[in-house]
Ligand binder design. Structure first.
Ligand SMILES: Cc1cc2nc3c(=O)[nH]c(=O)nc-3n(C[C@H](O)[C@H](O)[C@H](O)COP(=O)(O)O)c2cc1C
Length: 366
């Protein structure tokens, strides 16, 4: 099987990358006090030197007191943290790579097992983490306005530091996704309502503010998921029509690329077609899309958090879908977390050298 379709360049506004492979955003919790260390910079530049086309950083949080539940997750605000990120992007560029930070606010969270807590309660649309579980407060309209400007400032800082694009984390039940879902968004003001059109408003305001801050020519990605970590089979959009009602307004607000998170990229989104989430997002909006989920590995990532190992697996089905035009880019998580040279091994067909993934890789910055 030829993997050459993965090794075509890709350009969209500020983003100009040498191949179609994206390192998926992966939280590592190696940034004490929110400051990325030289080890973090070296970890990312090893991926650039290993020919990853676009690196998306681990989620890095905006300037709200309770945007994070873990003191070792990097901030994307404050002089020290931004200096740390400047070293990261300079290292990546020196090694020939491209990178965007994944801008994050966790919203309502479980308390972290370390016992660390932010100085103020977690905040979200309604204080609800998942059905039946609350842990924090409902944001006031002033809190929402401040969070929107904090997203905008983070994006402007990303551009100023020289990053190639920015990704908004709108997936996996974190803040933006908590606004999308009627079980976590019970608001009765303009940020809530019965329809996805109403509950889209927070994301749309964030996207418009980010676009205002970075200008027309800077590439904005949004990461979305249908599934919830608390419910793998959940679908926010149950039909392609509902997906259009969800995604088209986000595209119109300024999104350039939809990053469509799935646990397994080959799973069809709706009955009657084998198109996956990225396939539908591209068909509906006409925007570029990124697929993700168990590329090159036998098992999926949430099982990996429970200690499950994965073996290398074939890319044939991925290439078939890519050659059909379903998506533009392919994000790879654990395989690249475990092996900075994964891309080169794929390109050179060195399959016997592929390592798969085991949980030991999570505890270190290989
Ligand atoms: C250790 C780890 C941390 C992760 N952290 C994030 C994150 O910060 N933001 C995010 O959107 N997804 C996160 N994910 C999900 C990955 O980006 C990716 O979607 C998932 O691992 C599936 O890709 P894979 O099967 O190639 O690993 C994380 C996954 C792992 C394994």
């Amino acid at each position: 099987m030829s993997t050459s379709s993965l090794f075509r360049p890709f350009s969209l506004k500020s983003l100009n990358i040498k191949n179609r492979i994206v390192m998926a955003p992966m939280t590592r919790s190696f940034s004490p006090g929110g400051i990325p260390t030289p080890d973090v910079a070296a970890y990312y530049s090893r991926r650039a030197a290993g020919d990853v086309g676009l690196i998306l950083s681990e989620g890095t949080v905006i300037e709200r007191v309770s945007s994070s539940n873990d003191n070792n997750i990097p901030h994307f605000y404050g002089e020290q943290a931004l200096n740390g990120w400047a070293s990261v992007i300079d290292g990546v560029h020196a090694a020939g790579g491209s990178m965007g930070p994944q801008i994050w606010h966790m919203g309502i969270m479980d308390n972290h097992h370390s016992g660390w807590l932010p100085a103020e309660p977690f905040e979200g649309p309604s204080g609800i983490l998942r059905p039946g579980v609350s842990n924090g407060k409902a944001m006031t309209e002033a809190d929402i306005a401040d969070a929107i400007s904090a997203y905008g400032r983070a994006a402007a800082d990303a551009k100023r530091l020289g990053f190639d694009c920015v990704e908004l984390h709108g997936a996996h039940s974190y803040l933006i996704d908590q606004f999308f879902w009627n079980e976590t968004n019970k608001r009765t003001d303009i940020y809530g309502g019965d329809s996805i059109t109403a509950r889209n408003k927070f994301a749309i305001d964030v996207i418009k503010e980010v676009r205002r801050q970075v200008g027309e020519d800077f590439t904005i990605i949004i990461r979305l998921s249908q599934f919830k970590p608390s419910d793998y089979n959940f679908k926010l959009a149950k039909t392609s029509k509902e997906m259009e009602e969800w995604l088209q307004p986000l595209a119109d607000a300024g999104i350039d690329i939809f990053h469509c998170s799935q646990r397994r990229f080959w799973e069809p989104e709706f009955e009657g077609s084998d198109l996956n989430f990225a396939g539908w997002a591209k068909k509906i909006t006409g925007k570029a899309t990124i697929t993700v989920g168990s590329v090159g590995l036998s098992g999926e990532f949430l099982a990996a958090f429970r200690g499950e190992s994965s073996e290398p697996s074939s890319l044939t089905e991925l290439i078939r879908r890519m050659d059909r035009g379903d998506f533009d880019l392919v994000a790879v998580g654990r395989a690249i977390l475990a092996d900075p040279l994964w891309v080169q091994k794929i390109k050179e067909d060195r399959t016997s050298e592929l390592k798969g993934f085991s949980k030991e890789a999570l505890g270190q910055l290989l």
